[in-house]
Design a protein around this ligand. Structure first.
Ligand code: HEM
Length: 396
């Protein structure tokens, strides 16, 4: 099968197509999206660190200069929120925004959250076991990271049910060639989310709490758009991928029962297992970059104004980097996977994500030793943000 991100069979198993790309076409032009696909680990890694590329081009050029159409007016709420967060800006704005929040996400800071993360994970797993199982995604995978990031930011408990739908709607824009309907859904969600956060930030500016929104609301140099963009980014990025690593990860273990047994018998393997699950079935399959200055990759000239699609899922199965790459090895000793990115946009939440995953997998291994699959899960249609619709399990 060829690279075909709208084909459910490809979404279910993109790794065969990737192997062919890595072997035969490490750089190839993909007409339907107008992007250059980059499939090898060394190239993905190098381009993520290459300052001749950027997540945006608007700091150096206009849409017209880059040969891109003006965005329709209805999309404005989406772009306003997106372009005010650190992920979609480049230095010097990126450096300033990242510095303002990075203190809250250092390994030491997030390590202090571990007892709370563990307590949330254990509570969710206990309730799951009491019911005899259910949909792991809805019952454990989603509520854990949503609760953690909402508590960090200070989103009141009564409002937390709003976060997941807003995030899912906004994320529709990150898929390749989103439909006009998806674009409207994303723009509406961004407008609602921004209005909600603006109210919350104003309230916290008057009566601060011990939370990140209050801390950000007190920073004078942060504009209101930047404050909102930062909170939306933290709330969305702070749970989307973690949900999918949990679901995809358990599905990977059920497809590799010997590795599940190995992990059950030796839980000291949890840290390497979590890294391996992120590598073996990559939750974020692809990230894009704009080419800001002409580059050349394997003799192919890629001009300024072009867009590259960095295939993380492919890089993570590169046989020149990973021994026996298609094998799931929960004890894999050397694992330079690219799932958290590289370079200046390297995932700010990686230390937190690791703690969440280790605690939730750990709690399930300990408290649900007879966890079993009830039925084969289905993949959601999304390719870029790739996850399961549900994962029905019984705890025996
Ligand atoms: C397993 C879970 C996660 C994965 C796989 C993941 C992956 C990534 C990747 C690949 C990027 C870089 C994108 C690019 O270069 O274009 C990124 C950026 C980011 N992630 Fe994560 N992430 C995860 C969890 C989290 C969590 C829990 C947070 C919590 C706050 C978070 C916050 C962020 C932020 C703020 C950025 C933007 C950093 C910047 O632009 O400097 N992520 N993430």
């Amino acid at each position: 099968m060829r690279f075909d991100p709208w084909n459910p069979d490809f979404v279910a198993y993109p790794y065969g197509a990737y192997a062919e790309l890595r072997r035969e076409a490490p750089v190839s032009y993909f007409e339907p999206t107008g992007q250059w696909l980059i499939s090898r680990h060394a190239d993905v890694n190098a381009l993520l660190r290459d300052r001749r590329l950027g997540r945006s081009y608007l700091h150096v050029a206009t849409h017209e200069e880059f040969g891109r159409p003006e965005e329709p007016a209805f999309q404005e709420p989406f772009w306003r929120v997106t372009r005010a967060g650190m992920l979609d800006v480049e230095p010097p704005v990126h450096t300033r925004l990242r510095r303002l929040v990075s203190k809250a996400f250092t390994p030491r800071m997030v390590e202090s959250l571990r007892p709370r993360v563990r307590a949330i994970a254990e509570g969710l797993v206990e309730a799951f076991v009491e019911k005899g199982g259910g949909d792991l995604i809805a019952e454990v995978a989603e509520p854990l990271p949503v609760t953690v990031i909402a508590e960090m930011l200070g989103v009141p408990e009564a409002d937390r049910h709003l976060l997941r739908p807003w995030s899912a709607d906004i994320c529709q824009m990150y898929e390749l060639n989103p439909s006009v309907e998806s674009q409207h859904v994303a723009a509406n969600a961004a407008a609602e989310f921004a209005a909600y956060l603006a109210d919350l930030a104003r309230a916290r500016a008057v009566r601060p709490g011990d939370d990140l929104i209050s801390a950000l609301a007190a920073i004078e140099e942060l504009t209101e758009d930047e404050l909102i963009g930062t909170c939306v980014l933290l709330l969305n990025a702070g749970h989307e991928a973690t949900v999918n690593v949990t679901g995809n990860g358990w599905w990977s273990l059920f497809r590799n029962p010997a590795e599940l047994v190995r992990l059950r018998e030796d839980r000291s393997l949890l840290p390497t297992a979590v890294e391996e699950l992120m590598r073996w079935d990559t939750p974020l399959q692809m990230f894009e970059r704009w080419v800001l200055e002409d580059i050349e990759v394997h003799g192919v000239e890629i001009p300024r104004g072009a867009e590259v699609a960095l295939l993380f899922g492919s890089a993570n199965r590169d046989e020149t980097v990973f021994a026996d790459p298609d094998r799931l090895d929960v004890g894999r000793p050397d694992n330079p996977h690219i799932s958290f990115g590289a370079g200046i946009h390297f995932c700010l939440g990686a230390p937190l994500a690791r703690i969440e995953l280790i605690e939730s997998f750990g709690a399930l291994l300990e408290r649900a030793p007879k966890l079993e699959l009830v039925s084969e899960p289905e993949w959601k249609p999304g390719y870029v943000i790739r996850g399961l619709k549900s994962l029905d399990l019984t705890t025996g």
